[in-house]
Design a protein. Sequence first.
Length: 592
Amino acid sequence: MTPFDRLTLLREKMKEQNIDAYIIASADPHMSEYLPDRYKNMEWLSGFTGSAGTLAITANFAGLWTDSRYFVQAGDQLKDTGFELVKLKNQGAPEYIDWLAQQLNEGSTLGFDGKLMSIAIANQAIEAMKSKNIQVNAAIDLIDEIWTDRPSLPSEPAYLIDEETTGKSITNKIAEVKAALRTKGATAHLISSLDDISWVFNLRGSDVKCNPVVLSFALIEDEDVQLFIDKNKLSEEDVSKLHDAKVSIQEYDAIEPAIASLSTKDTVLIDPKRNCFAYYALIPKECTKIEAINPSTFLKAVKNETELKHMRTTMVKDGAALTKFFYWLENNIGKEQITEITIAEKLKEFRAQQDGFVGESFDTIAGYKAHGALPHYKATEENKSTLEPNGMLLIDSGGQYTTGTTDITRVISLGNPSADEKRDYTLVLKALIEGSTIIFPVGTKGYQIDAITRRPLWDYSKNYGHGTGHGVGFFLNVHEGPHVFNTANIDIAIEPNMVSSIEPGLYIEGNYGIRIENLVVNRIETENQFGQFQSFETLTLCYIETSLIDKSLLDDKHIKWLNDYHAFVFAQLSPSLNGEELEWFKNKTKAI
């Protein structure tokens, strides 16, 4: 069955149910970024495989709203599907809601599955429809009626990780969450987001590709902590450890009656962006509701010294794997057939040789020449490019290790770089260095770091469409809130010991793409009469290609940073290398 056939079936169901417009978000009941196969509704219906987007379907139009990272990809994947690409002006904004409010006639009905829509977006949709008396059915799953071979929920084993790894016990973490709830006056707290639950309970698994999380919910109250999970996933030993921490284990699907049976006297804290509307609607109407970011989201974003120690060790492992990979690539290009798919497979092989490697932290993005201009490109057998000894190659990849999560982007030259490529590469490198070396006061927000990082590109009237950086979890999700370095983050301060990416880029559609990314942790640099100031410590350990640099575009401070960085990278990684590999690495990290 083609996407066009599926769209036809959906419209038939819409007509049967008197639904004039239907919204399908890329989500699951946990508001996850990456989804179990069962909830890949958007991909199944439209054929679009990107991780961010929303479908809105009416009787005469079907659109995919997505951002600039996916414009080219979506344009290709939506051909002959019946869906059209609608380009978002602002990344993450629900612009389809306003469009629907304009298109639908008074008295129409808008439908969506409330389990797959956040509280915030659902309320925004309901409010937008009021002015035209458009009815909203927030509890209708039309996909399940037509997806006859829909995958079941995953049943992989789950496990607890010890305090020596996490730096905090389950008991301590629960106590921290409860203290935050008391501060806000809350007596109950629903957690649906899988990374938050994994952090609170030191719980890991493999229910979602690339993310070591487990399908679960949690209810935390003053005297009761309940974890809702498929009990068969846990060993008897881990169940005993959870019981010792005074955690009551319930079945995964018992969450709905548990929410509905909350005391009417409860004050419930619920994150409107990380909980589904359907479960919000189950909370007794008499309860007081506090809509706020999960306390655990802030707590896990600030890494403790044990986590940071492990992450530094992880960066040595990951850097060694990357170095061995790039050595292999440079010595085999032109000698054997290497494709963008080969690259991803080979890089995973080198990472798998490292102790504690669990898997990739996301699907490797390997973009050769024009494919590098697609920020979230993924090679397939149909579109893969074969590498030749010329042009630029962009590789954005990461690993999940039992001691940390990595995310790194490098661009290398395979031969004959043009003057334009060198100029643009150097400007992106300059932006990375500017972002990595800023001193900033406590209280600085993400948009400020974003702007400072972009300055070298803005000086040349150049820009990129994605954010400058995101938080990164500890052996958890590679994208972790609450902080991001982008124009939308005007509220969340960058607190000491947060781990983030810095990844400026430049994309010339049809020609090449450039992005250079390191992970950093911010620490207190100094304190004086003007307050406390922070700086970044770069965690990522991997050489940065110097053959693409136009040195005339760099100031002395940029050259010093790069030379110092390379000296440190060599000192950290050289013990993992020997022979010809080591000599090659010396050349890659020599001062410019």
